[in-house]
Design a binder for this molecule. Structure first.
Ligand SMILES: *Cc1c(COP(=O)(O)O)cnc(C)c1O
Length: 440
């Protein structure tokens, strides 16, 4: 597989990069996102995978097809075995609607799949090349903890996470600051924007560039996106049903990385009935599907806050995937917008009817799936992605249902450890000094 910028001229032009280049540069130099030049044809490969295959086995088979030629089949398989020490789980909710639980990883949200695969890939590639790298990440909360956990203990790579002091939840702070070892938390005396600005400045700083290999682990990194396609395939193989009918996937969406990965799985040959793009009131893409106009705007605050995105960056990838045609995109993706009161009611109803606690993001998906059936009369199977453990959104779940969910063990553990962070004023000089002192 080769990759091009989403902003490259579709008629040709721009030079394709390898998987390793795409992974270590994150963003294309022209500001675009990396997209596959051509989608591989894996339909028969997918059909040949046993329904009994474990998630790492399935992942290894697919990833070896995707990047085996470049990295070596053995390396591709080893990355999957080591990255996926946790797996998705199928949870039937009601007739025709099943949840694909993606929250059994170290930070209890689906982002663990992408972060863990990226971290393991980087480690393997750096070791092959005998190099070291420093990963810089600015976080407003969740991304940073998934990245910190994923890189914990990895060889040849150091991770520095910048977070705004006093502006992330205490659980998130605990998850970021208790990893230790090769993961350092920098508590910046400023805002999230300060953290982001510092990271950008560090990447452009001549002295740092000369001395260190700096890299990022943003959510738009291709190494986080590709592995997310794997659980769409897993769900297709695992869902018990009379026939092998294609599934309709419902995806609670914010930045649209998860949905884009599903579209890739379909383009690789996974049989799919379609996708529901479920959003909260930040509905830029459902609106685009309706009107054909893409109007990015400031995000609104909601209770499904990991989806509060007003300018979804993966829109560029979706556009490339559908040849820039809203008509084509509409054939495969239906947008549905859910409000906060509807989300709360859904959490309560699911608890009353099925005795199950779900987090607000998952609830947006569940209601969108039900609404889709009402609106279209669709009778097939829907697989709706459960993106976070309810224990991560304890207060919201308790307010909606009256019940306090259990905190998963992975999170309780982080709470009992001692915080270790280096406090820093938001200044490039201070950050440069810190990085050179530590890593050069
Ligand atoms: C990040 C996130 C989402 C949104 O995923 P995108 O890939 O950004 O669309 C949904 N739910 C949870 C819990 C998340 O953390």
């Amino acid at each position: 597989m080769k990759f091009l910028s989403s902003r490259a001229d579709p008629a040709g032009g721009g030079s394709p990069v390898s998987f390793r280049q795409a992974v270590f540069s994150g963003l294309s130099p022209d500001g675009g996102l990396y997209v596959p030049v051509e989608q591989p044809e894996l339909g028969s490969r997918i059909a040949a995978i046993s329904k009994q295959a474990s998630f790492p086995e399935l992942a290894a088979a697919i990833v070896a097809e995707l990047v085996g030629e470049e990295l070596g089949g053995e390396t591709a398989r080893r990355i999957c075995e080591r990255a996926f020490t946790f797996a998705p789980a199928m949870q039937p909710l009601e007739d025709g609607l099943t949840l694909l639980e993606l929250f059994h990883g170290p930070t209890c949200a689906f982002k663990d799949f992408g972060a863990s695969f990226l971290a393991t890939s980087m480690e393997e590639i750096l070791r092959q090349e005998g190099r070291r790298a420093v990963i810089l990440v600015a976080t407003s909360g969740d991304t940073g903890s998934a990245v910190a956990q994923a890189f914990a203990g990895k060889q040849n790579v150091e991770v520095v996470v910048l977070y705004p002091s006093g502006r992330i939840s205490s659980l998130q702070e605990q998850q970021l600051t208790t990893v230790g070892g090769n993961v350092t938390a920098l508590e910046i005396q400023g805002s999230f924007d300060d953290c982001q600005r510092l990271v950008k400045q560090a990447f452009m700083d001549p002295e740092l560039r000369r001395t260190l290999t700096l890299s990022s682990a943003n959510s738009i990194n291709l190494g986080r996106l590709l592995p997310q396609a794997l659980y769409y395939i897993y769900g297709h193989l695992q869902l018990e049903r009379g026939t092998d009918e294609p599934l309709l996937y419902c995806v609670p969406s914010g930045n649209f990385g998860n949905l884009t990965a599903g579209v890739y799985a379909w383009q690789w040959g996974l049989p799919v009935a379609g996708f529901i793009a479920a959003t909260n009131v930040n509905d830029v893409i459902p609106e685009y599907l309706l009107t054909g106009r893409f109007r990015p705007r400031s995000s609104l605050k909601t209770i499904s806050n990991a989806m509060d995105v007003g300018d979804p960056s993966n829109f560029e990838r979706l556009q490339v995937a559908f040849g820039g045609s809203v008509g084509q995109m509409r054939k495969w993706i239906r947008g549905i917008r859910i409000t906060d009161p509807e989300t709360r009611r859904t959490m309560r109803r699911v608890y009353e009817e099925a005795g199950m606690l779900i987090d607000p993001h998952t609830a947006v998906g569940v209601l969108a799936a039900r609404r889709y059936r009402e609106q279209t009369g669709y009778r097939g199977q829907i697989l709706s992605l459960a993106t976070a453990h309810p224990g991560k959104f304890l207060d919201t779940v308790r307010e909606a249902t009256g019940v306090t969910p259990d905190l998963p063990a992975a999170l309780t553990e982080a709470l009992s450890k001692e915080k270790q962070a280096v406090a820093l004023k938001p200044s490039l000089d201070l950050l440069r000094g810190f990085l050179l002192d530590r890593y050069s």
